[in-house]
Design a protein. Structure first.
Length: 339
């Protein structure tokens, strides 16, 4: 089978691998679409993964084969799956926080990923799709569930202003979830013009270019000097996280679902005296993943504006090299025939 593997820093390869055989409790999925995620791009830039590991974890496809001890599924079923493989036994799993599992495995990080023609997935982590028409958008269930988790970690007051810093995939799905839940004024700060335009189309009250305006002054004007009640940092830079913490009103909350690889310096005196609450958000729970699939397949969440390119496996390395182009979500199409 064709698979996309990391060979080292900024080194990606399309290789042939044997088609894996499902073991007990496992299902072999024939991948139709796999999205390119920010964590895939980080792996590409740094090469931190084991060389030869297949990357990718945002996928949809059909069941090709079943291992033993698998019930309720059959070949040909349309599926997507949670990339977080939790043990189901530790104290976090038992209280529904399987995104914090002590024995967590992750597709494309610890296990062979889904940016390939086939991927092995535990049957317990599969979610059924209604038909083949949902396959492209269902590949976005994973980032949507991350956005759901971030919003679930927040305290949302529908009458108070919200700011999202960064309008990549996660920032935009958070915007979509906030609007779906009835949030009022949601503002977005993003330097890329295409992403700002997309945020505007998806319901942002106002979009701001932080390279062209003074964001602190803009927030003061938008909130009559009170500050934002809720801020999401989806950019993942030390500077933007620190700025997010400074833009909140007294008693506000900052939620950080982004991954920052640098130390962050904060004005802790200001945070304490304003009682700013900081919440991080990592991944999503299995329940949130299933909810995300249901929102997409049930027509309650249209994420089609996020899909800016559908490419062949041979074009993947070029897509990784051009990460600064402003694309939001690129899907790799592994099987282009009608299912």
């Amino acid at each position: 089978m064709k698979a996309i593997v990391i060979e080292g820093p900024r080194s990606l390869a399309l290789v042939d691998k044997p088609v894996p055989v499902p073991g007990p409790g496992e299902v072999l999925v024939r991948v139709k679409y796999c999205g390119i995620c920010g964590s895939d791009l980080h792996a590409y830039e740094t090469g931190f993964l084991q060389p030869g590991l297949t990357i990718g974890h945002e996928f949809s496809g059909t069941i090709a084969a079943l291992g033993t001890k698998v019930d309720g599924w059959r070949a040909g079923d349309y599926v997507t799956g949670n990339n977080i493989i939790a043990c189901g036994r530790c104290r976090y799993c038992l209280r529904g926080e399987d995104n914090l599992c002590l024995e967590m495995r992750r597709l494309g990080i610890t296990d062979q990923g889904s940016m390939a023609e086939y991927v092995l997935v535990p049957a317990k982590d599969l979610v059924r799709l209604p038909d083949q028409r949902s396959l492209a958008t269902a590949a976005l269930a994973e980032p949507l569930s991350v956005g759901l988790h971030a919003v679930n970690r927040a305290v949302l007051d529908h009458k108070q202003p919200v700011l999202i810093i960064g309008a990549g995939t996660i920032g935009l799905v958070i915007l979509a979830v906030l609007k779906h839940r009835g949030a009022g004024s949601v503002y977005v700060a993003e330097p890329n013009q295409f992403r700002r335009e997309t945020a505007s189309k998806m319901g942002a009250e106002k979009v701001l270019d932080p390279l062209e305006v003074n964001l602190d002054r803009e927030v003061e004007n938008l909130t009559e000097n009170r500050g934002m009640s809720l801020v999401f940092d989806c950019a993942g830079h030390a500077e933007t996280i620190a700025q997010a913490c400074s833009l909140g009103a007294a008693g506000s909350m900052v939620v950080v679902p982004s991954i920052c690889y640098q130390p962050v310096t904060l004005n802790f005196l200001s945070l304490v005296t304003r009682e700013v609450k900081i919440n991080t958000a990592f991944g999503k729970t299995g329940r949130e993943f299933r909810e995300a699939v249901d929102m997409i397949t049930g027509g309650r969440m249209d994420l089609s504006p996020l899909v800016t390119a559908i490419i062949s496996p041979a074009e993947t390395e070029k897509a990784f090299r051009e990460t600064g182009s402003g694309n939001i979500k690129t899907l790799v199409l592994f099987h282009d025939e009608v299912d």
